[in-house]
Design a protein around this ligand. Structure first.
Ligand SMILES: N[C@@H](CCC(=O)N[C@@H](CS)C(=O)NCC(=O)O)C(=O)O
Length: 182
């Protein structure tokens, strides 16, 4: 029987990989639909807001990668034990996502002059700032980014950040579940 869940995304890691990670973590089968860039124009208008990743389940369609991750985290029991823990987990996810967006703003910049200027700030200020803070957070949380155990930040912090730039490697020294490749 075909898996009940279908995930549509480009054939890259970025926003799709945390979703794939969560399915794998939970041992839930899903159809991993990879759309090649050349085929994208034929699919775009069929997506809820013209973007991916998109999750399909029982004839229903959902978009927004973090909303999908939060839904899957509930399915695979990677959520908090109470509302405060959920808040801590959400804050960690959103912080990692802020960093991902800053990396993306550099990585996808086509104008070399602007990119160079962004890189100066990114590599000299933004990244060291985030890495230090995230390390401190991991130190307080037994090597995790929230709640002293694996939760969705582990999934969200992995590949989206890795996918943006591969120039050097930065380890979050204290995390058990997160290596950032730059
Ligand atoms: N906030 C959305 C952003 C989705 C998004 O930016 N998707 C990009 C790929 S990473 C996309 O579909 N780009 C193709 C397009 O906009 O035509 C999410 O997290 O799912």
């Amino acid at each position: 029987m075909a898996p009940a869940y279908k995930v549509s995304y480009f054939n890259i890691t970025a926003l799709g990989e945390p979703i794939r990670f969560l399915f794998s973590y939970g041992g839930i089968e899903f159809e991993d639909i990879r759309i090649e860039k050349e085929q994208w124009p034929q699919h775009k208008s069929k997506m809820p807001f013209g973007q991916m990743p998109v999750l399909e389940y029982n004839g229903k369609v959902a978009h927004q990668s973090l909303a999908i991750c939060r839904y899957l985290a509930k399915q695979v029991k990677l959520v908090g034990k109470d509302d405060w823990e959920d808040l801590e987990i959400d804050a960690a996810v959103d912080t990692v996502n802020d960093l991902r967006q800053k990396l993306g703003g550099y990585h996808y910049e086509a104008d070399e002059k602007i990119k160079k200027a962004r890189g100066e700030i990114l590599f000299k200020e933004t990244l060291p700032y985030y890495i230090e803070k995230l390390n401190a957070q991991a130190e307080k949380n037994g090597g995790h980014l929230a709640c002293n155990r694996v939760s969705i930040p582990a999934s969200v912090s992995g590949m989206p950040i890795c996918s943006h730039s591969r120039q050097s490697i930065v380890f979050l020294r204290s995390t058990k579940n997160c290596v950032i490749t730059l």
